[in-house]
Design a binder for this molecule. Sequence first.
Ligand code: ACO
Length: 328
Amino acid sequence: MTIYSKIIGTGSYLPPRRVTNDELVVQLAAKGVETSDEWIVTRSGIKARHFADADVVASDLGAEAAKRALEMAKLDANDIDLILLATTTPDHCGGFPSTACRVQAKLGMTKTCAAFDVQAVCSGFVYAMSMADAFIRAGVHKNVLVVASEIYSRVVDFNDRSTCVLFGDGAGAVVLSASNEPGILATKMHADGHQNEILHMDATLNCGVLEGSGFMYMDGQAVFKVAVTVLGQVGHEVLEMASMNASEVDWLVPHQANVRIMQSAAKRLKIPEERVVVTVDQTGNTSASTIPIALDTAMRDGRIKSGQNILMAAIGGGLTWGAVLARM
Ligand code: ACO
């Protein structure tokens, strides 16, 4: 009998501190950094984002999102046999243990399971879902917890107005389980390391000393140009793999970096804007976490229903990009 993997639970968690554009504009002005609500909304569609408090780490947000996904899946943490955690902002930068192991401990699991981090920047969730699907279909794992958790407020330079207004903190999670009926219909991952210069953070630990910049760098226009092309392309790829066409997609849940990129990707895929889930206006770009946060939001507000087809597509540093086509 063919084994499929199916999404049986979703969860998300945003730290309580919500910062609107107007609040951020005032905070930045005090540092001599000039921006406006009008610029941020026009260029990105972002109106607010959440920032974690100083004593909070990625595994804290990830564990909260994971608990909610487990609750929806009606599973106990001990039922999980693999945790994959996508993050660019792990609990220990350049150190260990992995944030996945931290989440495992915070879920209070009394049994052991496999747990490791996935680093594909904003594509991390799509990469982790692709791996989870492959493990389940191969019969290696049965219940996989895929978590994405990011604290970008720690790695954006609040003196760089071209990035600091765009990012936020948050986590999302999904429980994927072995099933007799199709769930994940197709997955595709891509990377092009030659394009690493347009989006990177090059801090390195060397004998106890942090070398290089601990802040992210993004050439926004260059990333924008690649993003609009590859999100459409990879969306078409997974549709072709599943012998489906765009009219059969009920919801496009793209990486939430910028509404203009999402609109352009939807247009290239011929998916009407009213079938695109948008949460970036309230969260900013939460990197690997954007897709599971958007997915969970649309699950819980009733937009996404059982049996519907969902297309998820992301692009991030690396450059990396990928897509997952799923039947809920
Ligand atoms: N407030 C006011 N003015 C600003 C701000 C700001 N916060 N930031 C930049 N500007 C100015 C610039 O200095 C520039 O001024 P100039 O024309 O006098 O030189 C002007 O605004 C235009 O800047 P652009 O960079 O050309 O603005 P653009 O329209 O390209 O929008 C943005 C910038 C929002 C970053 C866009 O390029 C974008 O969304 N890029 C893609 C981001 C993305 O998809 N990232 C995904 C992956 S993220 C990851 O993997 C971590």
